[in-house]
Design a binder for this molecule. Structure first.
Ligand code: AMP
Ligand code: MG
Length: 401
């Protein structure tokens, strides 16, 4: 038996970081990972501008009760004239500050009549001005290699005028489900068959991380079908995930088939529940991870054991997302000789911190626990955990992102 932490580290190191890079339009790069550090080339904002709809003036020209003549109107996107001494300029949010102006008074603190401005509340020097470079300075680090591009990164890159970026190509994942009992959703089902939920589930898990499920294959429990599927996937994909058929039953043929392809299994039984049979091999240099067949086990194993490997192959910097310690609420004290990953739901308590509620049925066949759960709570092996104790919480938001 392999300890969970060892299995996690070994799996995460099961493939090298990516070397391949490609250029992509910003929009096509969403979900992909930056291959190089990027540095800002522009000061942002590029010039001093107004944070308010209002008027710009030189603070030294302000006298309580004295009206200032208005010498110009500056719209956003238009170039201002230098401000004449003793004058004010009408402007709007995002309008550039005229040379000589240093302060903005907001419209609500003014009255305008006959081309002159009355200021009803004394301004503070420099107020409501966004300074050139106060957000980002040219030459400062913008985003680091290994950052996954999402909406926030797109906004930052676009603000620098960057339209194309160098990224790692999406990891191509081949999924292989196994079993004579399975039939694809949408197909007619005999009474002795069940629908294949792992295939669509694994594809969704993979794509949710920004990798591509390029192949979703199914093989009956026979060596020829399994062998040919593994060969196809090893040829076309970067990572292979096989599900089921990896235990010690008569029809558990994944191990012998991989061995016949010259790929001895690197690890075998992980001391975790759900999900004991987990294995890794390399076929033609391509990593193969074998997950247990129970959909709940496959989901949990993917989340906490396989996702770091996917992140590494994507070139991401952070392989192991945050794990927080939160209070577990459970009626049944929990204890097992294996580490147990409970399907839990994080609910906010009175302090707004959040506590974990365990699904009432934790069997590895209980698929309805997954849509309900927000993450997994890790119960250490050989140690009884009672209601109110803090446990490690693996949030799907982080671990499946
Ligand atoms: P196995 O590891 O192949 O013995 O499978 C363990 C359990 O998971 C069995 O009850 C299988 O019927 C079930 N199972 C295996 N693969 C799938 C799948 N793709 N979809 C749904 N259930 C599955
Ligand atoms: Mg099977």
């Amino acid at each position: 038996m392999l300890e969970f932490d060892d299995a996690q580290t070994r799996l995460a190191n099961g493939a090298p970081r990516p070397e391949a890079t490609m250029e992509a339009a910003l929009r096509d790069a969403v979900g992909l990972v930056l291959a190089h550090d990027l540095t800002a080339t522009l000061d942002l904002p590029p010039a001093d501008n107004s944070a308010m709809d209002g008027y710009a003036l030189r603070h030294a020209d302000y006298r309580e009760g004295a009206a200032l003549p208005i010498d110009q109107i500056v719209y956003a996107g238009h170039a201002p004239q230098p401000l004449r001494a003793g004058h004010a300029a009408r402007l709007f949010t995002g309008s550039l500050m005229p040379a000589g102006a240093d302060t903005v008074v907001m419209q609500e603190d003014t009255r305008e009549a006959d081309g002159k401005l009355d200021i009803t509340r004394a301004p503070r020097e420099g107020q409501h001005v966004r300074r050139r470079g106060e957000d980002t300075r040219a030459g400062s680090p913008l985003l680091a290699a290994g950052t996954r591009i999402g909406p926030a990164q797109v906004a930052l890159l676009a603000s620098q005028g960057i339209a194309r970026v160098t990224v790692h190509p999406a990891v191509r994942v081949g999924i292989l489900t196994t079993g004579d009992e399975l039939v694809a959703p949408g197909e007619p089902r005999d009474t002795h068959q069940i629908y294949n939920s792992n295939g669509p589930m694994m594809a969704a898990l993979v794509e949710g991380m920004g990798a591509r499920a390029t192949h979703v294959l199914h093989a009956q429990d026979n060596e020829a079908a399994l062998k040919s599927a593994f060969q196809t996937l090893a040829r076309d994909c970067d990572l292979i995930l096989s599900i089921g058929g990896v235990s010690v039953g008569d029809k558990d043929l994944v191990k012998p088939v991989l061995e016949s392809l010259g790929a001895p299994l690197d690890l075998w039984r992980v001391r975790m529940k759900p999900g004991k049979p987990v294995a890794m091999a390399h076929v033609d240099g391509k990593p193969v991870v074998c997950l247990p067949g129970n959909p709940v086990s496959a989901f949990a194993v993917f989340a906490v054991l396989v996702s770091p490997l996917v992140r590494r192959m994507q070139g991401r910097r952070e392989l192991f997302p945050q794990v927080s310690m939160l209070t577990l609420r459970t009626d049944v004290p929990r204890q097992d000789s294996r580490e147990e990953f409970l399907r839990v739901r994080r609910e906010l308590d009175n302090g707004g911190v959040g506590e974990l509620h365990a699904y009432d049925r934790q069997g590895s066949g209980v698929l309805s626990s997954l849509p309900w759960a927000t993450g997994l709570a890790r119960i250490p092996a050989g140690h009884t955990v009672y209601d109110g104790e803090k446990v490690a919480y693996y949030d799907f938001k982080h671990w499946l992102g």
